[in-house]
Design a binder for this molecule. Sequence first.
Ligand code: FEO
Length: 398
Amino acid sequence: MATVTEIAKGVYWVGVVDWDLRHFHGHELSTHRGSSYNAYLIVDEKVALVDTVWTPFAEQLVENIRQVVDPARIDYVVTNHAEVDHAGSLPAVMRVAPRAELLVSPRGMETVPGHHHQPWKLRAVKTGDTLPLGEGKLAFVEAPMLHWPDSMFTYYTARNLLLPNDAFGQHYATAHRFNDQVDERALHEEALKYYANILTPFSKLVQKKIEEVLALGLPVDMIAPSHGVIWRKDPLQIVRKYQEWAAQKPEPQAVVIYDTMWDATRKMAEAVGRGLLEGGVPYRMFHMSVSDRNDVLTEIFRSRAVVIGSPTLNNGVLPTITPILEDLRGLKFQNKVGAAFGSYGWSGESTKAIEEHLGRCKIPVVAKSVLAKWQPDAAALAACEEQGRTVAKAVRET
Ligand code: FEO
C-alpha cells in the first residue's frame, strides 16, 4: 500500500498504486508498468477531495483520507471526469462524506448521474468559475474531449497546483510520487504511449487547450495528473511535449507490420526492410501475432511511414492485422505515408484490402503494392525491396 504523501503544504496524495494492472479499458490498452489512480485531498479552511480512485480500491481511498482528516469534514468533492478509474469510488466517498457537494463540469451533470444514479448534491462549474477554500481557491477549466466530453482541469491557487485529471498522465506504477524520483526514460515512454493511444485523435483540441491555459498566465509549480507521477521538476516539460506530440511531426523512420502463415509474408517484410535501409530510412518490424498492439501504435505514431503486410485469408487480411488497422482509423494519425504487401495462394485480395483501409485512415499509399503467389521468388523479393526504397524516398522528401 502506497503511503499518503503531502505533495505541497496542505495537499495530500491519497490515491492508490495498481502494480498489477496489465490491461486498461477492458483489453483496449496494455499497461506493462501498471498504473496509479491519483486522488488529491486539499485541507484548507474548507476540505476538498479532487477525484477518487477505481472502484475496487474504494476502501483504500477512504482509509487514506482518514489518515489525514475525518472524511465527514469533506466539504467538496471535485469530479474532473466520470470514468470509473477516477469516479468509481464516489459512492464510498459520498457515504462517509455526507455533507459534501459534488462539483462537476457542465457535461459532468450528465456523466456522473449517468454512471451512478444517486441523489447527490451536484453543482456544475464552468471555465473561469472559482470556489474559495480559505487561503486559496479552486479554479476550473473545462477540457471537453481531453478525453471525454466531461473532462475538466482544476487549479488550486494557494499552491500553484494544476490537477488536469487524465491529461499529462502515464500508466506507470512506481513507489514514488514525483517525476524527479523515477526513471526518466520509462516515464517519457509511458507518457508518449498514453498520448499516442488515447489523445492523438484530439490533438487539435490539445493544442487549443494548452494555448488557452497558458494564456491565463497561471503560475504552475506542479502538474498532478490522475495517473502516474506528478510533474514537479520543470513541470511544463510535459506541456511542451504535448505541444510537440499534438503537432504530429513524425520522425523520418518507418514501421513494418505484418503477419504470416508459412513465412512467405515474413520474407517479404524483411525485403521491404532492406529496401528502406538502402533508402536511408531506419525501421522497426513487428510480427503482429506476437507484438503488443499499443506498443506498435506508439511506434507508428512516432514514425513517418507504415508498411503493412498480410497474406490473403478468406478474401481479406489475417485476423491479427484487423485490430491495428481499425486503431489506425480511429486514432486519426496525421502526416503518415503507407504501402501494402502480402502473399497469396489463389485469390489475393489482402493488399487491396490494406490499401483501401489506408485510404479510410487518410494515409496516402506512396508505393506500388506487392503480391507474391505462394512463396516469393527473387522477382517478388526485389519488388519488395523496391517498395522499401520508394517508401524511403517519400519519407525523406516529404
Ligand atoms: Fe478517462 Fe483515467 O480515465
